[in-house]
Design a protein around this ligand. Sequence first.
Ligand code: HEC
Ligand code: HEC
Ligand code: HEC
Ligand code: HEC
Ligand code: HEC
Length: 460
Amino acid sequence: MRRRIGILAAVAAVAALAAFPLLAGGGKAPAGKPAATGIFPYDKFEDDATCAGCHEEIAAQHARGMMAKSYVHGWDEVEYFKLALPHALKEEKVAGVKAGCMGCHAPLAFLAGDIPPKPVAEKTRANDGVACTVCHSITGFSGDTPFNFNWTIAPGDAMQGTRSGVKSPHHGIAVNPFLGTAEFCGTCHNEKDPWGQWVKATHLEWKESPYGRKGIVCQDCHMTRAEGNPAPDAGGAMHADMRTHLFFGAHTKARLEGAVEVELVPAPATARPGDTIIVQANVINQKAGHMIPTGSAEERVVWLHVEAIDSEGKVFHLPVDRKGFEGEDYTISSPGTLAYQDLGEIMGLADFKGLERDGDVPAGDRIYRLPYLDPQGRMTVAQWNTKSFGPDYRLPPLTAVPETFTWKLPKNVAPGPVTIRATVWYSKLVSSVARFLEVPEDEARPVKMAETVATITVGD
Ligand code: HEC
Ligand code: HEC
Ligand code: HEC
Ligand code: HEC
Ligand code: HEC
């Protein structure tokens, strides 16, 4: 099965509009050069500390988010230096990721031609990640679909922004509606790998969603408006709708909690040992404007765990019923099933058998995922090594995904009330991979997204 992604209609109109932003005080800002490695030295970009001098609050918010850490974050460093870079150096097909990863993760190093960048400990400006001046120098994008950092960029005096009528003592302002569009984010949040696969498609998913159709953009959820002055001590004005820069996502527990809801209906409501009940569960992506999981879906594990607890506290685990679609095995946890064998080949390990495909997810639980398959058809977390996909069984926005659990009440279930509990969990990285690569434990720690209970009564 292929990903359900339609071809994008011409977003070129937006690009054309953005190509010549107006400079505050009249005149046109430069259109910007298409992103390429080696075109701008580091010193063309002021650093975040300079911006923080006046934009203190925005800088503090940005520093907490993952985009400020897109190069220094431990797991990113491991994946680039232990896997992607060595793979690129020995395998012609994926050679492009040596620089390509940095187009999104360390744009300043990419633009400066400092490739591969120095390790984090050497504190070069690669460490700045998606810095203030990266986003605020982007003028538009080339082509008709935003992906693989196909932005155009014009570093220099003018900061690109969406608000007209404001002035800065430090820099010019180019009023550019492009920054208010989802396509702006899509330039880095859609990724096509060397095999031509959409290994990240957050913007494309959004485009097809009810939010995309209504024009509720990424910024509306990830840069929520708040009353404030962006530069209170430098002559800035108060706005009722200042854009925050928190960019919370899967690394923020509070963002994950409640993003999904789960409903439970067991029937019949009373039963005896030996009878069969059917528990229906609906899992709903209530809050995200794209699939859950989205983006780095190759690493994420989202699963539904259902159990029954009788009046004596005995716990019975209910495995999910099969629906019978092609590739369904990938979506039901099966401890002992191995995957990720390509890690062994990339790292040059003889006799590497692979790692547990589903990490610590209990046997029989439903997993909402998109399996990324390597050229040999095995599941991979190396998104750049993806030649095809298994079934897309993730949670689309505002859509209930139904499951059933058929449970034959065992002889030893105690009479009285039985609580059925459904829990949806999210782990950013398959735990088996995290342990193997010695990635900080927090990356794999499960977060509870949703929980609900229902009761049946067991008669004797
Ligand atoms: C000396 C103070 C000062 C410094 C340093 C400074 N700015 Fe500003 N900037 C301002 C003021 C004042 C405004 C206007 C704010 C307002 O009234 O809304 C502003 C506005 C902006 C805007 C909004 C433009 C719009 O129309 O939406 C952006 C974007 C911006 N600055 C980015 C930056 C970045 C990036 C840096 C670091 C390279 C930076 N600024 C450094 C003072 C400063
Ligand atoms: C990932 C890209 C990105 C990064 C990184 C980023 N910004 Fe922004 N910023 C935006 C976008 C997009 C907007 C406008 C959103 C809109 O209007 O819809 C914006 C708006 C602003 C504004 C205007 C706020 C307002 O509502 O008046 C200022 C000032 C600003 N940014 C400064 C900064 C500074 C300083 C940094 C670094 C500390 C920074 N930005 C980092 C994308 C970014
Ligand atoms: C220049 C490239 C670039 C642009 C433009 C960009 N992003 Fe990102 N974004 C990244 C990278 C790289 C990461 C991954 C950071 C990491 O975990 O290493 C990321 C991560 C994120 C996250 C994940 C946070 C988390 O906790 O997991 C959110 C949310 C996000 N971006 C939102 C946005 C939005 C909204 C926009 C548009 C306003 C945007 N980004 C524009 C490169 C970009
Ligand atoms: C209706 C609100 C909404 C809209 C619109 C929206 N998001 Fe999100 N986004 C969320 C929520 C809620 C989460 C947290 C749940 C999750 O991680 O999937 C999230 C998570 C994310 C993450 C983290 C995913 C991960 O696994 O690390 C990224 C990146 C992201 N969004 C980017 C975007 C981009 C880019 C757009 C626009 C193309 C966008 N979002 C549009 C609400 C929204
Ligand atoms: C087109 C832009 C783009 C390219 C190219 C890209 N990434 Fe990313 N990367 C992102 C974004 C955006 C995210 C956050 C997405 C999300 O979590 O939804 C991300 C997330 C990640 C994460 C997970 C971070 C986390 O905290 O879970 C790792 C690791 C990573 N990238 C490594 C790489 C490597 C290695 C390469 C090159 C093979 C690469 N990336 C190429 C944009 C990109």
